[in-house]
Design a protein around this ligand. Sequence first.
Ligand SMILES: Nc1ncnc2c1ncn2[C@@H]1O[C@H](COP(=O)(O)OP(=O)(O)OP(=O)(O)O)[C@@H](O)[C@H]1O
Length: 254
Amino acid sequence: MELLKIAKVSREFGGLKAIDDVSFSVKKGAIHGVIGPNGSGKTTLFNVVSGHYKPTSGEVWFENKPIHKLPPYKICRAGLARTFQNLRLFKQMTVLENICAVLDESSGVRILDYFLFLNRVLRIEKETVLKAEKLLEDFNLSEWWNVQADSLPYGVQKRMEIARALATNPKLLLLDEPAAGLNHTETDELSGIIKHIRDDLGITVVLIEHDMKMVMSICETITVLNEGHLLIEGTPEVVSNDKQVISAYLGGEW
Ligand SMILES: Nc1ncnc2c1ncn2[C@@H]1O[C@H](COP(=O)(O)OP(=O)(O)OP(=O)(O)O)[C@@H](O)[C@H]1O
């Protein structure tokens, strides 16, 4: 089943077509890669899907509903979460506070509820702490729970950003270059985390990544962008043997 559909999407900045008439779908339950040279439009595409940019033309559908006119918070509520190329954490908050802030936001509890529905609020707060503890455990963050985000090692910050995105309870997770800046061991660990998110939590994953070894090993389908256009889409085997992809992007690097 198709979870996300990108239909003839273009996005221009002034005269520059950052993405040009791109169409593809992401199947429910997939780990789907998006690759391409620098400046090929990958992050712009994510920004359009998550509502941070409106498409100049074209449509984005999520669970058979159009989302391209919705603001980011509504798209997030619909079940689509993302991480950013440059980490966006609540730097002065601890790991637990970062996670709880998002859980609180998605719980729907408002100040007035404390006066009107205290028992319900207390139950939700208890559930929030349990959910946060589970996320910390799942993402190997328990030992860091009380450490301020900007004091964490970089690899742990990246893990926390993913855990925080999952706190919104998404059906689809967009990861923008999750392996950037990680060493080999951390990248292997990240591959395991992404598989866990899909296999055990049932969340579909789309990732932009330059680490070809990782992309080729965990994605079932890969979409290749070049200069804003969709160059080819297929299995890792098809993509890695495609002459156009090799000359536009892969070269002899892997
Ligand atoms: N807000 C913006 N204003 C103007 N131009 C932009 C904006 N965002 C992206 N672009 C341009 O759109 C093109 C595609 O950029 P984008 O960041 O989407 O590429 P990318 O494939 O994600 O690159 P990278 O792999 O380096 O992250 C680039 O030429 C970029 O300069």
